[in-house]
Ligand binder design. Structure first.
Ligand code: ATP
Length: 228
């Protein structure tokens, strides 16, 4: 069995930057699956704007038609902050012999030393770093040292080792962020072609990013609120 790619995020909302990254990693790294794990309560950032049920529904809608994409709601079923170490520990106990590959963007990788028990995390899973526009691999500090000890350019290592390797993989650069998408919707514009239509539909139906003041204020054809 190939590695399980673990793709955590707030997904507030999920977009084509996430989906294209997961798709390229699934195929290029020969993962058995990519498991999307929406964060319940992020420990390192503000509370998500959309509630957990809506974010989960958006992730399910975005991934349901792609073989190899699966959604796992374990972080949402847990109380308290969603620490990756707890998620990876629970996956490791379910899959003691499988390679687990934690997928993170370069921006998230640079913050890894602030994650709870990050060194233990490395003993439980491999890390796959997806290159994002504008971010560089660190040249000094704990991550640079970690790269010397654990970095690999050999894809087979991700299949042979259950944990402990770091693999950097360039993905198609799509400069889309959830933050920008929320602003687009809150500003009354249409996020079409930046995310699947099913996610856009859910945003419209739930009104999860609508600012009270923005509703009904726009009248151009770019407005999500105006969409028929
Ligand atoms: P926000 O703008 O709210 O911070 P985001 O768009 O970065 O959100 P997250 O849900 O926080 O999305 O990201 C989950 C993971 O996806 C992170 O590891 C992040 O680095 C990665 N990621 C986010 N956007 C992209 C993108 N456009 N291309 C590749 N990876 C991405």
């Amino acid at each position: 069995m190939g590695p399980i790619g673990i793709f955590g995020g707030t997904f507030d909302p999920i977009h084509y930057g996430h989906l294209r990254t997961a798709f390229e990693l699934l195929n290029s790294l020969r993962f058995a699956e990519v498991r999307f794990i929406p964060c319940g309560t992020p420990p390192h950032r503000d509370k998500p704007v959309a509630d957990a049920a809506t974010r989960l529904a958006m992730v399910k809608a975005a991934t349901e038609k792609q073989p190899g994409f699966n959604v796992d709601d374990r972080e949402m079923r847990r109380d308290g902050p969603s620490y990756s170490i707890d998620t990876v520990m629970s996956l490791r106990s379910e899959y003691p012999h499988r390679s687990l590959c934690l997928i993170i963007g370069m921006d998230a990788f640079l913050g890894l030393p602030s994650w709870r028990h990050w060194r233990e995390l490395m003993q439980l899973a491999n890390v796959v770093v997806a290159h994002r526009p504008g971010w560089k691999t660190p040249a000094t500090g704990p991550l640079a040292e970690l790269m010397v000890d654990s970095g690999t350019g050999n894809l087979n290592d991700l299949h042979e080792y259950r944990a402990g390797r770091i693999y950097i993989h360039a993905v198609t650069q799509l400069e889309i962020s959830s933050t920008a998408l929320r602003s687009i919707v809150q500003g009354g514009s249409d996020p079409r072609f930046l995310m699947p239509e099913s996610v856009r539909d859910l945003i419209r139906e739930t009104g999860c990013y609508r600012k009270e003041s923005a509703v009904g204020e726009t009248s151009d054809h770019d407005s999500l609120a105006q969409e028929k």
